[in-house]
Design a binder for this molecule. Sequence first.
Ligand code: C2E
Ligand code: MG
Ligand code: MG
Ligand code: MG
Length: 313
Amino acid sequence: RAKREGRDRTVHYSPALEEAAVRRVRTEAMLRSALDAGRMQVLYQPVVDLASGEVVGVEALARVLDPEQGPLSPLVFIEVAEETGLVTRMDEWVLGRASGLAQRWRPPASGAPTAIALPETGTAPVAGPRHALPTVAVNMSSRTLSRPDLALLVRGALQKSGSDPSRLLVEITEHSLLDQGEHARRTLDGLTDLGVGVGIDDFGTGWSALSYLSALELAFMKVDRAFVSRLGLDTSATAVVQAVIDLAHAHHLTVIAEGIETEQQARMLVEMGCDHGQGYWFGRPTPEADLDAVVGSWHERARAARFGAWSTA
Ligand code: C2E
Ligand code: MG
Ligand code: MG
Ligand code: MG
């Protein structure tokens, strides 16, 4: 072990460091081979209009299929994927699949009684009962956002699938916005010019620089699960959620709450005027083949709970 500590080495050998390095190399190799071999999957999670209970879209969530460990969430490899740039290949692949889904998928009929009149929030709806076609949201990493050809890439994917640009939403984190500065601004303009809706994911987890909300042409904002999960338990989390909803509406953005796991959270968010929601209570991320069944099962539960349009039935 001591032999490794040559004079030219600036980092002292430690088993933990070596272990971390080995893990990175393995993760990179795993990711590269999965991308090369197409061992990838996209799961789709329903997004629900909270006032009506209707499914208005889905979020596309990538999985890498590792032969040994099974489907892996980007959470476990995102750092390596970012550093190696492999994340741009993943994002591009998801974009292609998601555009295809946007073109062909329609949620099964809910059977809900005539949709209740929605309160006028004055926000530009990202999708809603009055906009019958569902949206598909994709997540884009900071590396993908930095691609000078991003708008071209998105346009190409939309053309190839024959999907309308207004069906596609792009989610970026505050962090990558701030990372990219003026460049992000130009890239986002390119996307909104195509007619694609761009929004901020995980709002509240970064150093929210509120100035960008007026500077950028955004369509929506997602309240992070960290706040949603504490709704009703913690008065400060509840106040943050209300503040984010009001802030979004003041900028004419649609607000989407993520990570809704209970009926109580969903009902509180309706009361608070939140537009859309997603979470395990509505439906888990699921392969395309099972998506209609997941949405159907949500409709059953909505009817039983008299949620949304069923509340007046
Ligand atoms: P995100 O975009 O904030 O996605 C929401 C995450 O919350 C997803 O985790 C989803 O499965 C999970 N989730 C949804 N509802 C609930 C709930 O009720 N409770 C709990 N506990 N979790 C819920 P997932 O699929 O593991 O993805 C994690 C993150 O990985 C995403 O967070 C996103 O940042 C990133 N990601 C996923 N797909 C892609 C992709 O195609 N490209 C890039 N660049 N990043 C991706
Ligand atoms: Mg997201
Ligand atoms: Mg999120
Ligand atoms: Mg999140």
